[in-house]
Design a protein around this ligand. Structure first.
Ligand code: T5A
Ligand code: NA
Length: 209
């Protein structure tokens, strides 16, 4: 039996990740597929609550320490991720290690140091990068409420995501989607890019990086 596909959606803040995951989820359900949504940070765990307080500027945490907490927050989900994939469930994941590196490196932490804590995490079968200019993202609802939602920071993050893609190694599938367009156009592109994964994936779950 084929295992489930592990699909990650990445992008800047307000690029439409949550909107598009919900749309793809509904599409897969309508096709009768087994599918689950997950997201990082997972703010429901004890570690996630510390991250949430940090992002809302209710707590100050050293840049290195918060980076490790974001990574730990992924590690605490690994057994669940592997179990779902092995039982044939497709996972749609909102942000992952790629955000972890891009955001921390944007604050000036060494790139290779940022990669290290995520070494060994399950590797996605595809990363969809929702590309949108910081100017367009800023015009969307809710922008500016959390710590990193500032135009200068988002510009640096967009540049760092290019470095993250390039260090992904040969096996990493990275698809750029122009997310500055209307929601249903973006949705169609994502459906087309992921279609080959809807019936599952043969072969083992690889590890980063
Ligand atoms: N972070 C995260 C780290 O620093 N390290 C890490 O390891 C990880 C995992 C929180 C922050 O944490 C950082 C990155 C982030 O700064 P989050 O909880 O995912 O991460 O928060 P956001 O990225 O800010 O998530 P958002 O929910 O705000 O953005 P989405 O999901 O990209 O956007 P979405 O779908 O909610 O849409 C935002 C708005 O735009 C509209 C929507 O209706 C909504 O109002 N919209 C569109 N408008 C016009 N055209 C379209 N095509 C649209 N698509 C959506
Ligand atoms: Na989101």
């Amino acid at each position: 039996m084929a295992r489930g596909a592990f699909i990650v959606i990445e992008g800047l803040d307000r690029s439409g990740k949550t909107t598009q995951i919900a749309a793809l989820y509904e599409h897969l359900i309508s096709l009768g597929k087994k599918v689950e949504q997950i997201k990082f940070p997972d703010r429901t765990t004890a570690i996630g609550k510390m991250i949430d307080a940090y992002l809302k500027s209710q707590a100050d945490i050293d840049d290195h320490a918060i980076h490790l907490l974001f990574s730990a927050n992924r590690w605490e989900s690994v057994s669940k991720i592997l179990k779902l994939l092995e039982e044939g469930t497709t996972i749609l994941c909102d942000r992952y290690a790629f955000s972890g590196i891009a955001f921390s490196a944007s604050k000036g932490l060494p790139f290779d140091w940022c990669k290290t804590p995520d070494v060994g995490l399950p590797e996605p079968d595809m990363v969809l990068f929702l590309d949108v200019s910081p100017e367009v993202a800023q015009e969307r609802g809710g922008y500016g409420e959390e710590r990193y939602e500032k135009e200068e920071m988002q510009k640096r993050v967009r540049e760092e995501f290019v470095r993250v893609r390039d260090c992904g190694g040969r096996s990493l599938r990275w698809e750029v989607v122009n997310a500055g367009r209307a929601k249903d156009q973006v949705e169609l592109d994502i459906r087309n890019a992921t279609q080959a994964l809807f019936n599952g994936v043969e072969g083992p779950i690889r590890r980063l990086w």
